[in-house]
Ligand binder design. Sequence first.
Ligand SMILES: *Cc1c(COP(=O)(O)O)cnc(C)c1O
Length: 482
Amino acid sequence: MSCTDPLLLTETEEVRKRFSQMIDETLKAIFDSYSDNSAFSGIDPYELREKITSLGFLPEEGKGFEAVLEQTKKEILPHMLRTWSTKYMPHLHSPVLTETICSELIISCFNDSLDSWDQGPAATEMEESMVHGLLGLFGFDPEKGDGCFTSGGSQSNISAIIAARDWYCTQKFNWDVKLNGLPPEYNKLRVYTSEISHFSMDKASHILGMGYNAVRKIPVDSTCRIDLAAFERMLEEDVAAGLYPYCAVATFGSTDFGSIDDAAGMRKLCDRYGMHLHADAAYGSGLIMSQKYKGRIGAISMCDSITVDFHKMFLMPISCSAILVKDKELLKCFELHADYLNREEDEEDGYINLVGKSMQTTRRFDALKVFMAFQTRGASGYSEIIDKSVGNAAYMFEKISHNPAFIAPVEPKLSSVVFALDASDEVNKKVRRQLLSEGTVIGQTVKDGRVMLKFTLLNPNLEPAQIDEIIDRIETLGKQLS
Ligand SMILES: *Cc1c(COP(=O)(O)O)cnc(C)c1O
């Protein structure tokens, strides 16, 4: 039988009824796919691969929605990760606020695109309005600054590095990178960031033709923040060696430890050497919403650009991120006019075409999620969400640091806790694997050459009693697996 499902959402009553039914059935399939609070079915990768590949690729005849939903429900949904579970805490990978799931439905139904005004009128105006608000929230002048939503922190970071490089080459060498490509001095350009910063900086440097070696890794102190004296020494030595420091990146919330670099101290050095200062706040940007902890975000407004991820602490569906710049000229590095898309004459008449600020062309209306979540929760609701996760990390650290079975090297400033059983690396690894098979998912990393376990506590439903339970379980497993 060939498929009779409606092709598109139209205005007819028949299609509306059928589509509502499809949505109801989808929700039911989702709800039926889990019955307890575990985060994962525990299936092993070989078995899952077998299951998934046996589903096939492209049948000759369509099976229709019901049959496919049934198959999806049976073979796929049970082995998806349940991010809303309080037993899921390995990565900066968040559960999502219910209203933002509704935003996703709206985004997909209309499928507006943010390249040109005529592909997303409300989307374009809403993104501009949200960017305006965000600039103010992070202490930039909304009239002077600018910003753009991106696919994630990695893309926000590379956007900032491109802007910084182009700006620097204009200032320093009177060289237009957009027109001429990299300047002759390209292999002497250097960007500075901490040794524990996110790897997207290395990737960006490679993609931009300057390579990993152009990323200078500054040592961190015992609290995992950039050692400013070391940074100053590196700058002196590098300049003496004929290199060109063009950018520094302060991490606001390192991926493992949640540590926050001293941006005010870095600002002084960047000013001395004529460098751009970027804030990678992919993780820590959520702190700005907390009445209690917002002070920890420190001098973020002293930076020239900021990466904000909404799909981490802000609890929004992937993907949702933004790059904000203090001076709107910086984003001009992405401006380019095409006769078929963003004619200059339209822009003069008020039809803004956001493609001119973005690395992407076709782009999702992710700003709707920020709008709906901010309006739904308000400043006070968001503050409670962030306070809960930062508070949980403090609670967990307190517990662990008073238990001789564990070592916990760094006090958390955000919502992640890195620690280890005071046992061999092998035991720590085995404990994590065992927990995974029980449906509890925690992270693993390395600190000072030692395997560490990691909790990223983004879930506002997690209660201290559940934290006690998991600590006990790890301690027990540690003894059993030693
Ligand atoms: C997560 C993260 C990134 C990368 O962001 P994506 O959204 O995963 O691309 C960059 N920097 C830091 C500090 C992060 O925590």
